[in-house]
Design a protein around this ligand. Sequence first.
Ligand code: URA
Length: 241
Amino acid sequence: MSERLQKVIAHAGVASRRKAETLIATGHVKVNGKVVTELGTKVNVSDEVKVDEVPISKEPPVYYLLYKPRGVITAVSDDKHRKTVVDILKEVPERIYPVGRLDYDTSGLLLLTNDGDLDNKLTHPKYEVEKTYVAKVKGIVTNDDLKQLRTGVVIDHRKTAKAKTKLIRTNKESSIVSLTIHEGRNHQVKNMFERIGHPVEKLSRETYGFLDLHGLQAGEYRRLRPHEVEELKELSENVKR
Ligand code: URA
């Protein structure tokens, strides 16, 4: 599989993706002995990539599960100096990055890895894994509302795929709803509830495929167990839609 040069450099732990782009543009990078300054050049594993004459080497792959707290940005670094999910895992020596994204004000399960191949597969629309969110939304959600979420609502001119729903409870002014989707569009859950007239007040991701937050508090993380990594890989190979 070929990948963009800046991504390969970033994944090798040499620099962030943005710094890798600068390294390429300023002539520090050679592919098979030739300087390449074009961003987006595709390379594959058989290509020899050197940064300042030093061949890049791949770090061993590592996999972490984080219970992301609210008020943390899902990114490796932030221009506005907000705390990032990678800051929480600062003791991890490998250059890990988040798989997909949770909004700043969303909490819950987030995977981080330096395995670009698995990241690509898990976030590719063709392979998207099932994820369950629990949302506190404004107003009383009816059976009809739930049905709309399940069958699909139109966001940006495109209907969302079939989903699963469960009404957990309601009180006078709000409802708690569990929503399981396998797509990963930007702000998808918030947009889906907005569409049916129940804006999200609080959102948390409870599961990702077979993984859940069991045993973790917000802000805590753990390494995935080898069998979980295997299962994730199988999941990303098998899910075809
Ligand atoms: N959907 C959203 O709207 N926000 C998230 O953080 C995740 C899914």
